[in-house]
Ligand binder design. Structure first.
Ligand SMILES: Cc1ncc(COP(=O)(O)O)c(C=O)c1O
Length: 452
């Protein structure tokens, strides 16, 4: 096969190449089929926004380990800090004693979190584990059992977090689910209609959803039993849908009125992705608890729950923590990530603007591009069979993603209806790489459109 070389993408074999195919075959024999993989490639190494597979093919990465690599693959400052910490101490456990990186990281996050009053932070290993901790803290603080989560929300795959997660695809065959979880409508403006079937704007979506939530206190759950409302300020798996700030402000007022804890799940939208360290900074109100994970530590397994100190202290001694939680390697990585953020965060709006500029062209030229939306550099393209009915088109979505891969660009789908292409390129991506990646995406969208 001819070698195709542009500036960053280098394709030396067919995709997947022979070495990738061999490793994938071993994966399929050695691991359960339930372990999803978006792409048939086996990777060897990565740097910044580029990933090279075991056949020597180099791709531009618009997925960033599903929003984990806002600082890019292997930033030298993070790698050096991990190497130095690895030579000094791999593990001790915060349940056994204290090591400074754990404390320093919590201090830094407390200082930066958009939460009123004194704050405290507990570290965990994964987004799901942090969500579990946040729910425990809310229940201990309020003495109440019920949790309200949202249509389209994603909070993880452990049993409680899967109970909070909405999309049934993730939930097949593994119930029964945890009790006292109630689901409210989410202001997914693009797929909502008024009573005459006409499209609505985000203010109307917010007001419909808040009145349906208020109604739930009559039909589903007594308000006095609600411990917490958990919401993603920008829904991730649900299709990159920013919460209208007016809706978040109404939720804040509602939580204050009924005495419930407002939990912001910023696992996917946090750590600079939307142009501010936390998306809640753009919502005009503060949560009581805020959950971080993914991009917090550049790929090291780490998560955090940060909250009002009085709430955080409501769990009795021994009620939170874990053997590995806040591993020293992960903590030093996260400290370096926080040092990189002031320089990288402003890139989010420039990246978002570049994607949206293409998005405007697709909206103008390509009938199946229904919506291009998001916040900062968290942008998704919703693909529909027709623009009037807004019918989700999963097959076309998948065809575009596969075409991109064949041309050297890694993207991934999302959405309640699995009809969104989500873009989570590292904020460290260079201007040339961004343009090259967007040009591949543009070509894939237009070629798929031409074949229909
Ligand atoms: C908003 C949100 N919450 C929680 C999680 C679960 O995180 P993890 O996969 O680290 O358990 C995810 C993962 O995608 C997420 O996007």
């Amino acid at each position: 096969m001819a070698v195709t070389e542009t500036r960053s993408v280098v394709l030396r074999t067919e995709i997947p190449g022979p070495q990738s195919r061999a490793i994938i075959a071993r994966r399929e024999a050695a691991t359960p089929t339930g372990l999803y993989k978006a792409h048939p490639i086996a990777v060897d190494h990565a740097d910044g926004a580029l990933v090279t597979d075991v056949d020597g093919n180099t791709f531009i990465d618009f997925v960033g380990g599903i929003g984990v690599l806002n600082v890019g693959h292997c930033p030298p400052e993070v790698v050096t800090a991990i190497q130095a910490q690895a030579a000094r101490m791999l593990h001790f456990s915060a349940l056994v004693g204290t090591y400074e990186p754990y404390v320093e990281l919590c201090e830094r996050i407390n200082h930066l979190a958009p939460i009123d009053g004194p704050r405290k932070t507990i570290l965990a290993n994964s987004g799901a584990e942090a969500v579990e901790n946040a729910i425990k803290i809310a229940r201990a603080a309020t003495g109440r059992p019920a949790i309200i989560a949202f249509d389209g929300g994603y909070h993880g795959r452990t049993l409680l977090t899967l109970s909070l997660t909405s999309k049934t695809t993730f939930k097949r065959h593994v119930g029964p689910f945890a009790p006292e979880v109630y689901r409210a409508p989410f202001p997914y403006t693009y797929q909502m209609r008024d009573i005459e079937g006409m499209p609505i704007n985000s203010d109307e979506a917010a007001s419909i959803c808040i009145s349906q939530l208020e109604r739930m206190f009559l039909t589903h759950v007594d308000a006095s039993t609600v411990a917490a409302i958990i919401i993603e300020p920008v829904q991730g798996e649900g299709g990159f849908i920013p919460v209208p700030p007016a809706y978040m402000q109404q939720l804040r007022a509602l939580c204050d009125r009924i005495g419930a804890v407002l939990i912001a799940d910023e696992v996917q939208c946090g750590f600079g992705r939307t142009g501010t360290l936390f998306a809640m900074e753009q919502m005009g109100v503060a949560p009581d608890l805020l959950i971080s994970a993914k991009s917090i530590a550049a790929g090291m397994p780490l998560a955090a729950v940060t909250g009002r100190a009085a709430l955080m202290d409501s769990i009795p001694l021994g009620g939170i923590g874990g053997t590995y939680s806040g591993n020293p390697l992960a903590c030093v990585a996260a400290i370096e990530v926080l040092k990189l953020m002031p320089e990288l965060m402003p890139r989010a709006s420039a990246i978002g603007a570049a994607v949206r500029q293409r998005g405007d062209e697709w909206m103008r030229d390509v009938s199946f591009v229904g919506d291009v939306r998001g916040l900062g550099a968290m942008v998704a393209i919703e693909i529909v069979a027709d623009r009037v009915k807004r019918t989700p088109d999963v097959a076309t979505t998948q065809r575009i993603i596969e075409t991109c891969l064949q041309r050297g660009l890694i993207t991934m789908r999302a959405g309640l209806f699995t009809n969104c292409i989500r873009l989570l390129m590292p904020l460290s991506i260079t201007g040339e790489q961004l343009t090259e990646g967007l040009t591949i995406l543009d070509g894939a969208i237009r070629d798929v459109a031409a074949q229909r």
